[in-house]
Design a protein around this ligand. Structure first.
Ligand SMILES: *[C@@H]1O[C@H](CO)[C@@H](O)[C@H](O)[C@H]1NC(C)=O
Ligand SMILES: *[C@@H]1O[C@H](CO)[C@@H](O)[C@H](O)[C@H]1NC(C)=O
Ligand SMILES: *[C@@H]1O[C@H](CO)[C@@H](O)[C@H](O)[C@H]1NC(C)=O
Ligand SMILES: *[C@@H]1O[C@H](CO)[C@@H](O)[C@H](O)[C@H]1NC(C)=O
Ligand SMILES: *[C@@H]1O[C@H](CO)[C@@H](O)[C@H](O)[C@H]1NC(C)=O
Ligand SMILES: *[C@@H]1O[C@H](CO)[C@@H](O)[C@H](O)[C@H]1NC(C)=O
Ligand SMILES: *[C@@H]1O[C@H](CO)[C@@H](O)[C@H](O)[C@H]1NC(C)=O
Ligand SMILES: *[C@@H]1O[C@H](CO)[C@@H](O)[C@H](O)[C@H]1NC(C)=O
Ligand SMILES: *[C@@H]1O[C@H](CO)[C@@H](O)[C@H](O)[C@H]1NC(C)=O
Length: 508
């Protein structure tokens, strides 16, 4: 009884608390929340810039974040509608923070040279500097101020924002969210940063990973909460101070950031989630890094953002997010999950099919497990020609695209033509077992053999020639080497403890 009264008192407080964010509301009204993608480039065969950009367009990706300011990619983005966050790598912060000239040169070289043809929306200064390179902390604000001055000098400061992405562990005691606060040791920088963000109308950038919260608090944080799965009320987390119900971990993490800012009397800075995601594969110690979980997390994340339901603390504000990440980065070393955060393999075939019906057009339809049938290497031309003749004749493959003048005619050689014909046959047979053989000269591959304007029958790539409309179906619409090697820790144990208590209370 006493407990109940106490709780309802908090409930009134929470109403008052929530009403105290009018500025946030105003900003939000201007901007629709979006889902973007991070593009890490530790990839052995990254698509060339022009192809990368056309892939982004095919997939209806509207917002990307780069970990640097790659000139070729920025050039290729020119005249597209894709909005890009560029980054100052951590190793350039010292130079920029120590010299206004260096900062001005950076802005001239990486922003002024491309804007507005390339829609640069923000400059991310470093990545997780306060927690991964603490020795640079004192240079962070000088670098940010110097870059801002350079933007002002170019009169681009209203169009382009400056901020810096943080790891979630700058926030202590994140749960219940109402009790969260910034690590005091970092306060000198955080306070200055928040003043800057407030003054310039820029977002606080946060990398938030429910995956790591779950992994570090197994048995306490339910998997369902981490994956945004629908919950029975008894499984929802309840903040005992506000009585707000949390159906998912990401919202709780975002609210812990708002609470921490509130503790410093900052109420007009929005949270932008610069990274979030779930790995699709891991080693023996990462049993929850599975295709199913990654698909569920990212699909539900996308739906959640487009639902625009905000967070329990700020229902009026929906943070935009950048999924980590677009491509699997095969060159990343252990743990295994490091190389498996991508929605797509580097060759642009999907790792899994997102389930996001009815929420717009982001990320077009695609299949898991996409396979193609192509001619094997090292087979003599005569044998291939025989197989090709059979495929286009009795096999009834559709060979129209490999006729002279058509888009798959070139390169004009038997191997290319045979590959196209084999794949057509294989598709027509529904990719049935045994339909990619041709007396042993064909082989199944997951690499899309499409090239230039030539789109293979099994490919989901949309030919720019045919103007096919991707009716993006069930999909809709986010580096330094140090970026998260298992160091994404929410303060170990605390979540576990408090969540345990809260779940317990709730069950009462
Ligand atoms: C950079 O310029 C600002 C004013 O624009 C000035 O306050 C600051 O001292 C300068 N920093 C350096 C390192 O020269
Ligand atoms: C707060 O930050 C300091 C400086 O990075 C770090 O040494 C300390 O461990 C952090 N405190 C907690 C409780 O994580
Ligand atoms: C926040 O504002 C309250 C009331 O105005 C004040 O007592 C408190 O010292 C302020 N806190 C900070 C960190 O500025
Ligand atoms: C998308 O997926 C649906 C269901 O699998 C399918 O019917 C549709 O043809 C696909 N669209 C494209 C463009 O691939
Ligand atoms: C991949 O495709 C094969 C054959 O088309 C099918 O049997 C298998 O279940 C698929 N695997 C997945 C994960 O969809
Ligand atoms: C053969 O492929 C071409 C191009 O992809 C297509 O336009 C044509 O309709 C196809 N023909 C048949 C009989 O499916
Ligand atoms: C679009 O098609 C033309 C040929 O029609 C081709 O030259 C060009 O490379 C294609 N562009 C992309 C991005 O595939
Ligand atoms: C795309 O989807 C919309 C509504 O979902 C539908 O009206 C339209 O006909 C579709 N277009 C194509 C090319 O399938
Ligand atoms: C796409 O969504 C529709 C309706 O929500 C569903 O029936 C269909 O199975 C989904 N397709 C895929 C491939 O997920």
């Amino acid at each position: 009884m006493a407990l109940l009264r106490l709780l309802s008192l908090f409930s009134i407080f929470s109403t008052i608390f929530t009403a105290a964010f009018p500025e946030v509301k105003v900003q939000q009204a201007r901007d629709e929340p979006y889902v973007g993608v991070n593009i890490g480039t530790d990839i052995s065969n990254l698509l060339p810039p022009a192809q990368l950009v056309s892939f982004l367009q095919q997939q209806k990706v509207t917002h990307i974040r780069l970990y640097d300011a790659d000139p070729d990619i920025l050039k290729a983005l020119s005249k597209t509608k894709i909005r890009v966050v560029i980054s100052v790598p951590n190793n350039q912060i010292l130079g920029i923070g120590s010299s206004n000239t260096t900062a001005a040169n950076w802005i001239n070289r990486n922003v002024v040279a491309y804007y507005p043809d390339t829609l640069i929306t923000a400059v991310a200064v470093g990545d997780e500097v306060l927690t991964t390179v603490p020795s640079l902390s004192s240079m962070l604000m000088p670098a940010i101020e110097a870059l801002y001055s350079a933007l002002v000098a170019s009169n681009l400061h209203t169009q382009i924002k400056i901020s810096t992405p943080h790891a979630s562990n700058i926030i202590l005691d994140p749960f219940p969210p109402s009790q969260a606060y910034f690590n005091e040791t970092l306060a000198p920088v955080i306070v200055q940063l928040l003043q800057f963000l407030s003054r310039t109308g820029s977002p606080l950038m946060m990398n938030l990973y429910p995956y790591y919260v779950f992994m570090q608090n197994k048995g306490v944080v339910p998997l369902d909460n981490s994956l945004f799965k629908p919950l029975t009320p008894s499984k929802e987390m309840v903040d005992p101070n506000t009585l707000l119900h949390y159906t998912n971990v990401l919202d709780a993490m975002i609210d812990s950031v708002y609470s921490s800012m509130k503790n410093l009397n900052v109420s007009d800075v929005l949270v932008l989630v610069t990274e979030t995601g779930w790995p699709s594969k891991g080693d023996a110690k990462e049993p929850y890094a599975t295709i199913d979980n990654a698909d569920t997390y990212n699909s539900n994340l996308i739906k959640h953002i487009f639902d625009r339901s905000g967070t329990p603390f700020h229902p009026e504000v929906t943070s935009s997010v950048y999924i980590y990440e677009l491509f699997n980065e095969d060159l990343r070393s252990s743990p295994v999950s490091e190389a498996h955060w991508g929605l797509f393999y580097a060759n642009s075939t999907p790792v899994y099919l997102l389930h996001v019906s009815g929420s717009g057009e982001f990320l077009a339809n695609d299949t898991t497990n996409q396979t193609f049938c192509v001619a094997m290497d090292g087979v003599d031309g005569k044998t291939l020609q025989t197989a090709l003749d059979w495929a286009c004749g009795p096999g009834r493959a559709n060979c129209s695209e490999i006729q002279p003048g058509e888009s798959c005619y070139s390169p004009n050689n038997v191997k290319n033509h045979a590959s196209y014909a084999f794949d057509s046959y294989y598709e027509k047979q529904g990719r049935a077992g045994g339909s990619c053989d041709f007396k042993g000269v064909a082989i199944i591959t997951t690499t899309d053999p499409s090239h230039g304007a030539c789109v293979f029958p099994g490919s989901k790539i949309i030919s720019n020639r045919t103007d096919a409309v991707v009716n993006s179906t069930n999909a809709t619409s986010e580096a330094d080497t140090s970026r998260f090697i298992g160091t994404r820790p929410y303060k170990d144990g605390f979540w576990g403890l408090v969540l345990g208590i809260m779940l317990y209370l709730n069950i009462l």
